[in-house]
Structure formats: structure tokens, C-alpha cells
Design a protein around this ligand. Structure first.
Ligand code: G16
Ligand code: MG
Length: 222
């Protein structure tokens, strides 16, 4: 019996993946990395410094920058990102998400946020969703990022549930893997070919309703 819902933020609640990408693209150009869709995808759900490392590796420059220089690149990215976050409004909540959260609350589900973003509280506030997500894992306190299951284990614990009583919603492959490894049910949003590890995949957030979820689960139980 599912009792908890663990949400990723970027790409699930709102399309900040687009804003992260814009901010990272400037860094990629600066360090001489080719900005490809594959590189952009590989950064989803990955924490800030690890994202920078992936970009430096793509440029063949993993050893070219000192720790201080890397800090500066990451800080510049974050400043660019925060300027974009400031433009968000409740109209930027992805389709169906508010209704889905309302439905979950009406059915007694407990809800937690499992975002790798240190800016998640700011983003939720801009969207007018802060009150819907009182339980937010602080990514600064984590030992390991996605695809490690730690963030989803912690999210489940924050709502006093075992992960096996929860489902997680993710748009990124690394996030789906993290959910699976935590023992929660993995609901992917996006392309089933990219989210191969997910238990269920919905193409869009607009397709995500409690009844659709229950129907798909019943259909999968042979
Ligand atoms: C998000 C994004 C990642 C980003 C990470 C860290 O994770 O998907 O691209 O690098 O947060 O963000 P920040 O630099 O704001 O701390 P998620 O888990 O919400 O998809
Ligand atoms: Mg995401």
C-alpha cells in the first residue's frame, strides 16, 4: 500500500532543467566543451560540482582548473541560474502537478521533496508551492548524489515511512536509478527509452494522476 510520494523538482514540478542548461551552456562555452543534447541530459539530477566535472571532462580539461577556479565557475553558473529562477511564477508549474499534489493530499499521502538542488526552497517559493512541500531533503547533508539512493531514503524517512511504502517521480535516468535502489516505486516522466529502469513511465506530467498510477500498477501486477 503506497502512502508516500517523493518528488524530484527539476523536470517534474517545473522545467528548471531548461534554466540549469542555459546557465551551464555559458560555462561549457567558456571552457571549450561542445554543448550537445547528450551532455545537457547527463547533467540532470547531478549536483553542481559533479555537473561542472562532467563539463570539464567533455572539454578534455578535467585537470586544467584549480579548486579555486572550479569554485568560481560553479558560483558564476549559480548566479546566472538564480537570475533565471527569479523570473519563475506559479504559471511555470508543469501541467497537472498542482492537481496531482492536491489529489495525493486528499488521499492522505505524505509528500517529500528529493531534489539535488540547493536552490529548491527558492524555486518552490517562486512557484507558490512552499506550503505543499514542508519536507525537503537538504542536499548539502548528503554523502552521495543520485544515482545513489540516499536522497530518496532520506526523503522517505522525513515523512516517517519506509521507502518501500513510497513512490518517487523523476525525469532523469540517474534519479530513476536512485529511486529503484531505495526500494521505492520508480515513476518516470519522459522517454521510456531514456528511463529504462523506471517501473512506470508517463510521457508528460499532465498524464500523472492517482487513478492513472493505480491503473498502471494494477495492470502490471500479473
Ligand atoms: C537539480 C538539477 C541538476 C542540478 C542540481 C543541483 O536536481 O537537475 O541539473 O545540477 O539540481 O542544483 P543546484 O546547483 O541548484 O544546487 P533535481 O534533483 O531537482 O533534478
Ligand atoms: Mg529532475
Amino acid at each position: 500500500q503506497l502512502q508516500g510520494a517523493l518528488f524530484d523538482l527539476d523536470g517534474v514540478i517545473t522545467d528548471t532543467a531548461r534554466l540549469h542548461a542555459k546557465a551551464w551552456q555559458a560555462v561549457a562555452t567558456q571552457v571549450g566543451a561542445d554543448w550537445t543534447p547528450a551532455l545537457a541530459d547527463s547533467l540532470k539530477g547531478i549536483d553542481r560540482m559533479s555537473s561542472l566535472e562532467l563539463i570539464l571532462r567533455a572539454a578534455g580539461k578535467q585537470d586544467a582548473y584549480s579548486a579555486t577556479e572550479k569554485q568560481a565557475l560553479a558560483t558564476a553558473k549559480n548566479e546566472r541560474y538564480l537570475a533565471l529562477v527569479d523570473t519563475l511564477t506559479p504559471a511555470d508549474i508543469l501541467p497537472g502537478i498542482e492537481a496531482f499534489v492536491g489529489e495525493l493530499k486528499n488521499h492522505g499521502f505524505r509528500i517529500a521533496l528529493a531534489s539535488a538542488s540547493k536552490n529548491a526552497p527558492k524555486v518552490l517559493a517562486r512557484l507558490g508551492l512552499a506550503a505543499d512541500f514542508p519536507h525537503i531533503v537538504d542536499p548539502a547533508t548528503l554523502q552521495h548524489g543520485k544515482p545513489d539512493p540516499e536522497i530518496f531514503e532520506r526523503a522517505a524517512a522525513s515523512i516517517q515511512l519506509p521507502a518501500t511504502a513510497c513512490f518517487g517521480v523523476e525525469d532523469a535516468a540517474a534519479g530513476v536509478t536512485a529511486i529503484r535502489r531505495s526500494g521505492a516505486l520508480a515513476v518516470g516522466i519522459g522517454d521510456p527509452a531514456v528511463l529504462r529502469d523506471a517501473d512506470l513511465v508517463f510521457a508528460n506530467t499532465g498524464d500523472l494522476t492517482l487513478s492513472a498510477l493505480q491503473q498502471r500498477l494494477a495492470g502490471d501486477a500479473h
